[in-house]
Write a protein that binds this ligand. Sequence first.
Ligand code: AMP
Ligand code: MG
Length: 344
Amino acid sequence: METKYFDLREKIDDEKIKEAAEAIKEGKLVLFPTETVYGLGANGLDENAVKKIYAAKGRASDNPLILHIADIKILDKLVKSVGDIESKLIEKFWPGPLTIIFEKKEIVPNVITGGLNTVAIRMPENLIARKLIRYSNLPIAAPSANISGKPSGTVLEDIKEEFDGKVDYMINGGKVNIGLESTVIRVVDGIIHILRPGKITKENFEDLGFDVAIEKQILGEYDGKEKVMSPGIKYKHYAPNTKSVLIYSKNNEKMVDKVKELAKNENAVILCKTSNENRYSGFDVISMGDTLEEISSNIFTILRKSDKLNKSLIIIEGVKEEGLGLAIMNRLIRATAHNYIKII
Ligand code: AMP
Ligand code: MG
């Protein structure tokens, strides 16, 4: 298949988005930007189109997809009911990086939900994504655009090769804003359960007066047996091929010392906060930024870049597991396959 490529970095061209939306209607695959990460989209109501997503990504068929909508009116067509808490969250956070799990209606094909009777729905904020959904007049199923197990794509250049010839359209919208996938939640008995942490944080929900629970597998290991609320937890994720280790201490000196100790005997690259860069003179360093927002927007592309250096080890400085830091650490713990040293 020949992939048609649209560059909308400088200027949004509605005619091009309309063409891509027509392709969605015809059951084709469109890779497009959202504010979280790039998505690999298809008509969410067309079983065959959705199967193409799984095939292109090499994704396990029991790992369900998120349906993306642009208009609140369509929600009632897809889900059985919208509870009070969900309504408040929608009002506050949509459009935006929050995915909510609902009981699904018959119209949502089982292939989307991995056979579950629930469906994950989000309304993205990114203008290209919104227009694509609007013009197609369909809910668009779109997982992160990356081969399963690899870091998500936050700039098109990182994933272009992976999907060239496997999708019908690619839309370049430049570097995404947030850089981590959406927060995924499910409300059970009045409590917001965070199934995947993201830009919308536990603290954001608590500030609104909600009770929040965090699934314990978010930072811990999955033993392969426990029942999980989010099937995605079972799978390897975000992993570079190079062996990697995550180091964190509240005490910056201790963290830096440990990083150096490990780097000394290896051909290592160190991913560090910009403010720590000068502490690693003599070592190979990639700076991740300083604020949590900078780190989240850079981390996936830096993981890919460091993997290409053919090093024996990637050493990553961790951050405090609070606010957006929880989402960053969730991705890094999984990227390093739980090779995580926390120093008290
Ligand atoms: P991705 O498509 O890469 O953004 O990943 C989607 C995430 O949403 C995965 O972690 C899924 O497990 C989760 N998810 C999607 N649908 C459901 C659902 N019905 N119930 C629980 N988790 C879901
Ligand atoms: Mg993904």
